[in-house]
Design a protein around this ligand. Structure first.
Ligand code: FAD
Length: 116
């Protein structure tokens, strides 16, 4: 019988959403225009209202009040996204990610060549 595809559970939704968010940050420009910076603020603001896990979205909005998006350039925005994810990791008792390696994980591949 055909295996049917089912709605995402939180773990799958979280994993794929972080994949999207970190990859978006990985390809954010080094020299963004003023309107690109403004759009990132708008995007994250709206994202934090519509991410379809109410508890997660509430936590994210509250964290973002003290930690507004840093959209100055690729390095700052990718690190900011990493800190946002680490806030969740910490709350869930997961290991924190070393944010100095965020471009290896999401853009360039690991320095040891394991993604080549
Ligand atoms: P994930 O945490 O999904 O991580 C996927 C991969 O990202 C990891 O394997 C690792 O390679 C990489 N990674 C890990 N940490 C970082 C980092 N700091 N920076 C860059 N890369 C990293 N779940 C809840 O139960 N409660 C919540 O409040 C909650 N809030 C969430 C808020 C948002 C915005 C999102 C997108 C998800 C949230 N989730 C929440 C889901 C949760 O974060 C995980 O996605 C889920 O538990 C699955 O975890 P995982 O172990 O598969 O890896």
């Amino acid at each position: 019988t055909e295996k049917k595809e089912c709605p995402l559970f939180l773990g799958e939704l979280g994993r794929s959403t972080w994949g999207f968010l970190h990859t978006m940050a990985a390809y954010y420009p080094d020299n963004p225009s003023p309107s690109q910076k403004e759009d990132i603020h708008k995007f994250m603001h709206l994202f934090s209202k519509f991410f379809p896990c109410d508890d997660c979205a509430t936590h994210l909005r509250s964290w973002m009040k003290d930690n507004p998006p840093q959209a100055e350039n690729q390095d700052r925005f990718s690190k900011w996204m990493c800190y946002a994810h680490n806030e969740v990791n910490g709350r869930l008792g997961k290991k924190l990610f070393d944010c100095s390696k965020v471009n290896e994980r999401w853009r360039d591949g690991w320095k040891d060549g394991s993604c080549d």
